[in-house]
Design a binder for this molecule. Structure first.
Ligand SMILES: Nc1nc2c(ncn2[C@@H]2O[C@H](COP(=O)(O)OP(=O)(O)OP(=O)(O)O)[C@@H](O)[C@H]2O)c(=O)[nH]1
Ligand SMILES: [Mg+2]
Length: 477
């Protein structure tokens, strides 16, 4: 069922915590009659029915009556919320019990047996929105918080949950409403025909435009923190790719040996690049392989490097650049993805990184020792800077994000699209005013901009918007 088709009142239940053995497990119930429903499955119904909102009640969840006997399922604490003071704005009970898989499932089934409907995806959040407890930016932020892979991503989502984006959009809307009011006053009570065009408040519209542009340009960064980046380690055999992979992951994941061609199949793992969630790939070393399996591994290395957001190209600094290295670097230099030339084994006496190689083609170079760890934090900093488009952006190609510096950012493609549409309407309004179009046409553009912005917070919503936002949620949120 689509979120826009959900019933918005009947009591629903969901398991809100992961179904893995854990200290605690939470089953939540919300909707009309939620407290009475839980009371029918509870050992102390009177205590629950008489409990004030925002209080806890201790007791047991009981199985439905069978031949007069009722099994005790689990000892629980109920958090009681009475409408409208709850997450959803309805009567709600969070049942906190022990987090055993069988236990949580039995508690959930006991509540379903008393008449709770199993909740659909995002149904709790949709009710919170429908009951005015949350705007759409906050609803989306709860999902972003759940999905954040790094602390930086979490902190950005938390800002939106706290209302920074909604506040900024509301400020922009105030500017547009101001400009619109001036036009409408002029249309209603014109001083004379000539002054009508003067009713267009350029400064207000320009300020709204600037604020929206800043928001729009901040999306690239936001997307990078949410989706992460693919960082591929490439280079000749024995350059130290697997050693650097392990050092970045801080675990002994890949086999390291001085035998050339040790890594054949690529490996993937996750690392935090200064807040950017990175998927890091160790690949088979590049060389002319006789062996068909190794050759296939090398072909895969090249494909991965081509699909990366950033390639860390390793060279053994004691060996210097070979023809293959130069061929790889020059074949990529002018195109995406961006490359960092990593001079590895810089701890060895004979290590001689060559300064300036590839600099003319925008290739940054960093000296590290995968063995001792020296230089790796600098490498991660350079990588994060390039991914964020803060250096080498011209060379880095179109996949590199250019960061906006606004006070806050949109948290989803949907929000960013609405910002772009609003910007389009503002531009149209300014052009129309400059070209002397009738003021009511200009006013229409400003109204369209307001409607687009209303979609971001949910003041103007359609079934499609609700479906797009809430169908991506998990059950129980
Ligand atoms: N001294 C020193 N030795 C290193 C360093 N990095 C790697 N090595 C050594 O170089 C050899 C090759 O390292 P690997 O990490 O397996 O190299 P690789 O690039 O993954 O090699 P392939 O999988 O064959 O492509 C091993 O003996 C490592 O111990 C380093 O920074 N300093
Ligand atoms: Mg290897």
């Amino acid at each position: 069922m689509k979120p826009s088709e959900y019933d918005l009142e009947d009591p629903i239940a969901a398991i809100a915590t992961a179904l893995v053995p854990s200290a605690l497990g939470v089953v939540r119930v919300t909707g009309k009659g939620a407290i009475e429903l839980v009371a029918r499955a509870f050992s102390r119904p009177k205590a629950l029915l008489g409990a004030a909102g925002g209080t806890l009640v201790h007791g047991w969840i009981l199985a439905p009556a069978r031949a007069g006997e009722r099994d005790r399922i689990d000892e629980v604490v109920l958090s009681v919320f009475r409408a409208p003071k709850s997450f959803t704005g309805e009567d709600s009970v969070d049942v906190t019990g022990h987090g055993g898989i069988a236990t949580v499932l039995a508690v959930y089934r006991a509540l379903v047996a008393q008449g709770a409907r199993p909740a659909e995806r995002g149904e709790f959040s949709l009710r919170a929105f429908a009951n005015g407890k949350s705007d759409l930016t906050k609803s989306e932020a709860t999902r972003e918080i759940i999905e954040a892979q790094t602390d930086e991503a979490r902190s950005r989502a938390a800002d939106r949950l706290a209302g920074t984006l909604a506040g900024e959009i509301s400020g922009v809307r105030d500017d547009i409403v101001g400009a619109l009011a001036a036009i409408e006053a002029e249309i209603e009570y014109p001083e004379d025909e000539e002054t009508t065009a003067g009713a267009f408040d350029d400064a207000l519209v320009a300020r709204a435009r600037e604020r929206l542009e800043s928001l729009g340009s901040a999306w690239a960064a936001e997307k990078l923190y949410q989706d992460g980046a693919r960082v591929v380690l490439a280079g000749k055999t024995n350059a130290g790719k697997s050693s650097l992979f392990n050092a970045l992951l801080k675990e002994d994941r890949a086999i390291v040996s001085d035998v050339h061609g040790t890594t054949r199949d690529w490996l993937e793992s996750r690392a935090d690049f200064l807040g950017i969630p990175a998927r890091v790939f160790d690949t088979a070393g590049l060389r002319n392989a006789e062996d068909a399996i190794e050759a296939e591994g090398i072909a895969r290395s090249r494909t991965l490097a081509g699909e990366a957001d950033l390639v860390l190209y390793l060279v053994d600094a004691t060996a210097g650049l070979s023809e293959e290295d130069i061929a790889f670097l020059s074949s990529r230099a002018a195109r995406e993805p961006p490359v960092i030339l990593v001079w590895n084994k810089s701890d060895k006496p004979g290590a001689k990184p060559v300064d300036g190689v590839g600099a003319d083609r925008g290739i940054a170079a960093v000296a590290v020792s995968a063995k001792s760890g020296a230089g790796i934090s600098g490498l991660v900093e350079s990588a994060a800077r390039i991914l964020k488009g803060e250096s080498g952006a011209e060379e880095a190609g179109r996949r590199t994000a250019t960061f906006g510096t606004g006070p806050c950012a949109p948290g989803s493609e949907r929000q960013k699209d609405a910002i772009c549409r609003a910007l389009g309407f503002l531009d149209h309004a300014s052009d129309a005013a400059r070209e002397g179009f009738p003021m009511d046409a200009v006013a229409q553009d400003l109204e369209d901009a307001l409607l687009a912005l209303g979609e971001i917070t949910g003041e103007t919503t359609s079934a499609d918007i609700l479906d797009a936002v809430f169908s991506g949620f998990c059950v129980g949120k």
